[in-house]
Design a protein around this ligand. Structure first.
Ligand SMILES: CC(C)(COP(=O)(O)OP(=O)(O)OC[C@H]1O[C@@H](n2cnc3c(N)ncnc32)[C@H](O)[C@@H]1OP(=O)(O)O)[C@@H](O)C(=O)NCCC(=O)NCCS
Length: 142
């Protein structure tokens, strides 16, 4: 394996969407769209980090920084590549980025029933925070 980590470009969007359909956790969220990923890359060109092995997309994470807080989204590794430290590399790259930007704490949204992800997040140093729940409101389309 000769894996590199790099920021996503607009040309990667179709491959990213295909990858997420195959590899990402997919519950309880709006459907992905090319427009949404393009908006992310346009607003913050270093937020979406890709793991690429010999030209093949094998992992992703979004390291989101809004100037106030740090959030990780879309941590996913291709099923055939799991258990080789790719998620760890992606999360460490995301944390490096967020630290450089001034972040002091990172959070990740993890479904309560995503039992595969829980041991990975724990191994990476993350803990559930019992005091909080996520409150959401979909914005009406205007
Ligand atoms: C969760 C996921 C990203 C882990 O990717 P991965 O590349 O296999 O993880 P890594 O090999 O980098 O492992 C990182 C650490 O987590 C641990 N870990 C990962 N998966 C584990 C599992 N299923 N059970 C126990 N420990 C696990 C590893 O032992 C490792 O710890 P270590 O470095 O101390 O040895 C991958 O299983 C995945 O894509 N799942 C589907 C998408 C998903 O649910 N993403 C999370 C959304 S919140």
């Amino acid at each position: 394996m000769h894996m590199i980590l790099r920021s996503a470009h607009a040309a990667d969007i179709p491959a990213v969407l295909d990858f997420w359909r195959a590899a990402a956790e997919d519950g309880h969220r709006p459907a992905d769209s090319a427009q949404a990923v393009a908006a992310l890359i346009a607003r913050d060109p270093e937020a979406l980090i890709l793991a690429v092995d010999e030209g093949v997309l094998v992992g992703t994470v979004i390291a989101g920084w809004d100037g106030w807080r740090c959030h990780l989204y879309r941590l996913a590794v291709a099923p055939a590549y799991r258990g080789q430290g790719i998620a760890r590399s992606l999360v460490e790259a995301a944390e490096d980025r967020l630290r450089r930007l001034g972040g002091i704490r990172v959070d990740a949204m993890v479904l309560d029933d995503n039992s595969t992800a829980h041991p990975a997040w724990r191994a990476l140093g993350y803990q559930p925070q019992a005091q909080w729940s996520r409150w959401v409101k979909p914005l009406p389309v205007q």
